[in-house]
Design a protein around this ligand. Structure first.
Ligand code: CMC
Length: 426
């Protein structure tokens, strides 16, 4: 029997159905609210609004739980590969040996980027941010690889193209930016190995693939692969709801991810930590500034809309920092500062009262630095990781018979009707 909640307004009572998810989460279905009452709901930042039903990712922000298709994030990070997680998110189940082989063949077949696209890179001003370039290039893929709407095989090819080419485009942009020869993908290398090789191999210094670095990158990408209805994923779903092509919906997601409150936080954290180290700023002053409401400064890499406890991804990322820095024999002063800053913040009453804990971005940049990724490419790395999630969410929305054009409403607060005033009378 469907549960209902009662809404009492003036002398009327309205009954609204309750929707229950597979993990017991509940939502009030207000889809008939305006029809019944003439009113809409207001929810700034959508903090209390469910935009869809989804079977992809489960998050419990109070208990610090994250699962992809039911599998806990720590188990996936320990036992799986990014390629397998991408398959899981998009197709709903872990692949069999045959399915993963087929997927790998597709990724390999679609790993090259049209040579004409290379000329685009040269046209961007040198100082362009790689996220702006990536968003443009992914949108441009539509012109180079138009796909047939609705054909399953073609959709599979488009998905493989995106996952494979985004990595090639990212490495290519780095090489062109540095003025180095572009390195092409190799069929004998895995997804992460290929990316590292395309980034760091040079004709004079062949890149030696280190399995520990490959694993660190794979874990980084797995941890970023999906996070249910976050800002960029919602952008992909919203833009996609207009029935635009997949490339353009993903391009919108990349643009949304760029902001420092979202994916751009990984770059902002490293810039903040570097500033602290270079200027030798006392950590207690940093925390004081973050608490000062008259100062727009926030502790970057802290806080999350959903997690009101420790972000489960951060635990894994923090351990990865220690493991990879030890393995590479690197002493990064930014890690010392990050750990000390965390210690002060998590014991401070402001952070405790506001449920502010380090999020994934607090430690992820330190892993990326150790691997050799330049700071301005950190958010590009997040985008490569998030791509399977965006695709899975877009696909789910396209297959959902209830999915409609996304079009929120508003409460108008501007001037009421007034007569036009000719320019000479103003
Ligand atoms: N430093 C200091 N105060 C903070 C911080 C912070 N990092 N984050 C939130 N607060 C305070 C905020 O000032 C507000 O205080 P009050 O209620 O007293 O006015 C309260 O906590 C709630 O903040 P909010 O902005 O309403 O919370 P939100 O859920 O809208 O924002 C957030 C979430 C992630 C945008 C925010 O915590 C933030 O700006 N963090 C820093 C940027 C960052 O690390 N972003 C990465 C997020 S994780 C990666 C991803 O999934 O995108």
């Amino acid at each position: 029997m469907t549960e209902h909640v009662k809404l009492i307004w003036q002398d009327k009572t309205f009954e609204l159905p309750v929707i229950t998810g597979s993990e017991g989460e509940k939502a009030i279905d207000i889809s008939k609210l305006r029809q019944m009452t003439g009113m809409i709901t207001m929810d700034s930042g959508f903090a209390n609004t469910g935009s869809c039903k989804s079977a992809i990712t489960f998050m419990d922000g109070e208990r610090g739980i994250l699962r992809y298709r039911g599998y806990p994030i720590d188990e996936l990070a320990e036992h799986s590969s990014f390629r397998e997680v991408a398959y899981l998110l998009i197709n709903g189940e872990l692949p069999t040996r045959k399915q993963i082989t087929r997927f790998s063949v597709l990724l390999n077949d679609h790993s090259l980027v049209h040579e004409d696209m290379r000329s685009f890179f040269g046209s961007f001003p040198r100082a362009s941010h790689p996220m702006g370039i990536l968003s443009s290039m992914v949108n441009a893929l539509k012109s180079f690889y138009p796909y047939l709407e609705g054909e399953e095989e073609e959709l599979n090819a488009t998905v493989a193209r995106l996952i494979s080419k985004i990595r090639t485009l990212a490495a290519m942009s780095y090489k062109i930016f540095r003025g180095h020869t572009v390195v092409y993908p190799r069929p004998d290398l895995s997804y992460c190995e290929n990316f590292l090789n395309m980034m760091f191999d040079t004709p004079v210094r062949p890149y030696e693939i280190d399995p520990d670095i490959v694993q660190a990158l794979s874990v980084f990408l797995i941890l970023h692969a999906d996070h249910e209805q976050n800002c960029s994923t919602s952008a992909v779903r919203l833009v996609g709801s207009g029935r635009v092509n997949l490339y353009s919906a993903i391009s919108a997601g990349i643009a949304a991810l760029w902001g420092p409150l979202h994916g751009g936080a990984n770059q902002a954290v490293i810039e903040m930590l570097t500033n602290i180290v270079e200027k030798d700023i006392p950590l207690k002053d940093v925390v004081l500034r973050a608490k000062d409401k008259s100062d727009p400064f926030r502790l970057m890499g802290f806080g999350h809309r959903v997690y009101k406890t420790y972000d489960p991804r951060t635990k894994i990322m923090k351990k990865m920092c220690d493991r990879i820095l030890t393995k590479l024999n690197i002493h990064d002063p930014l890690l010392d500062v990050a750990k000390a800053l965390e210690e002060i913040a998590v014991n401070d009453s402001y952070f405790i009262d506001h449920n502010l804990y380090p999020n994934i971005d607090f430690y992820s940049g330190i892993v990326l630095r150790a691997i050799g990724i330049p700071t301005n490419m950190f958010t590009v790395m997040f985008a490569i990781g998030r791509l399977p999630g965006w695709i899975a969410q877009w696909k789910e929305s396209m297959d959902d018979p209830e999915w409609r054009l996304n079009r929120p409403r508003q409460i108008y607060t501007g001037p009421t009707k007034r007569a036009y005033v000719p320019i000479e009378e103003r």
